[in-house]
Write a protein that binds this ligand. Structure first.
Ligand SMILES: NCc1[nH]cc(CCC(=O)O)c1CC(=O)O
Length: 317
């Protein structure tokens, strides 16, 4: 190790903020310097809807190319933007402790989901959030929205929209939690698999002991298990990332819980499946086993109850 870790990151304000935060911890653990390598992705430059340019995978693809090409040593992703399929040349080097997994409503005049006026215009481009909004408030209007977090919040400040729906974690990392007027509880409003968590991806063989130790130091076993359970639901339902699926896993006392919901596009129908498992120990291997077992039960139950008809594979949408 020459003493420099090159960290690939998207260039958006959110990506830079979260990459800086985790890089500081990596630097300390590896006793190394950090060099940030900003990488532009199609998801950042295109104004087209996410679904039309290939779903959330577009954010990850360019970062992965840079990593495989050796332009950087690690890349930092928002875990929810990372495709669930394993990549043959890459692995998840670390999953740091998850921040808030909830969605947040940022509305004018302190409105909450319950108090939004009839006909209110709420910005979001996420099929999951559109379905959940439709389920909670069929009388309000979802308005398609792209762009970075400041752009989105700006549309509420300017009066173009009455509210926007965003991830609480992103707002927190940018220091914009002050804009939140309602934090939506995960029971009523489960979020995207992995939301609020980061992923540090590396080449399968790093050949770098000091980097390996640093990755271990920032890894959080419990977060790894909970996001594994959530992501296996997504994979098991064979849905693209933009399908209306919410999943939330958490550990409480000795139990690992997983709940997943599949919505019809308008949110009028919702299937829910929730299960718990008792891992044999808190070791990474036992937690992962419990996560796999849970996801399998939840997926089987959802499919048995007709989830495939509610959330058809992306290409048939
Ligand atoms: N797809 C965009 C994206 N990817 C990760 C986050 C937020 C941070 C996170 O979930 O870790 C966001 C923005 C949002 O959904 O509001």
């Amino acid at each position: 190790m020459t003493g420099v870790i090159r960290v690939g990151t998207r260039g958006s304000a959110l990506a830079m903020a979260q990459t800086r935060q985790i890089s500081e911890r990596l630097a300390k653990a590896a006793k190394a310097e950090i060099e940030l390598v900003p990488i532009t992705t199609q998801g950042d430059t295109s104004r087209a809807s996410l679904a039309s340019i290939g779903g959330t995978g577009v954010f990850a693809a360019a970062l992965r190319e840079a990593l495989l090409a050796g332009e950087c040593d690690v890349v930092v992703h928002s875990l929810k933007d990372l495709p669930t399929a394993e990549h043959e040349g890459l692995r998840l080097g670390a999953v740091p402790k998850r921040a808030d997994a909830r969605d947040a409503l940022c509305a004018r005049d302190g409105f909450t989901i319950a108090t939004l006026p009839e006909g209110a215009r709420v910005g979001t481009g996420s099929p999951r959030r559109i379905a959940q909004l439709g389920a909670a408030r069929p009388d309000v209007i979802a308005v398609d929205l792209r762009g970075n977090i400041d752009t989105r919040l700006g549309k509420v400040e300017s009066g173009e929209l009455d509210a926007v729906l965003l991830a609480a974690a992103g707002l927190g990392r940018l220091g914009r939690s002050d804009a939140v007027t309602d934090l939506l509880s995960l029971g009523d409003w489960p979020t995207a698999p992995g939301q609020g968590a980061l992923a540090i991806e590396v080449r399968r063989e790093t050949g770098d002991r000091s980097l390996e130790r640093a990755l271990e130091a920032v890894d959080h076993t419990m977060t790894r298990a909970t996001v594994l359970a959530e992501r296996l639901v997504l994979a098991g339902l064979e849905a693209g990332c933009s399908a209306p699926i919410g999943a939330t896993a958490f550990m409480e006392d000795e139990l690992l819980f997983l709940s997943a919901s599949v919505y019809s596009a308008d949110g009028a129908r919702r299937l829910v499946s929730s299960h718990a498992a008792t891992p044999d120990s808190r070791s990474a291997a036992d937690l992962a086993d419990a996560a796999r077992d849970l996801a399998e039960r939840v997926v089987a139950e959802l499919l048995g109850n007709g989830a495939a008809d509610l959330a058809p594979p992306e290409e048939s949408l």
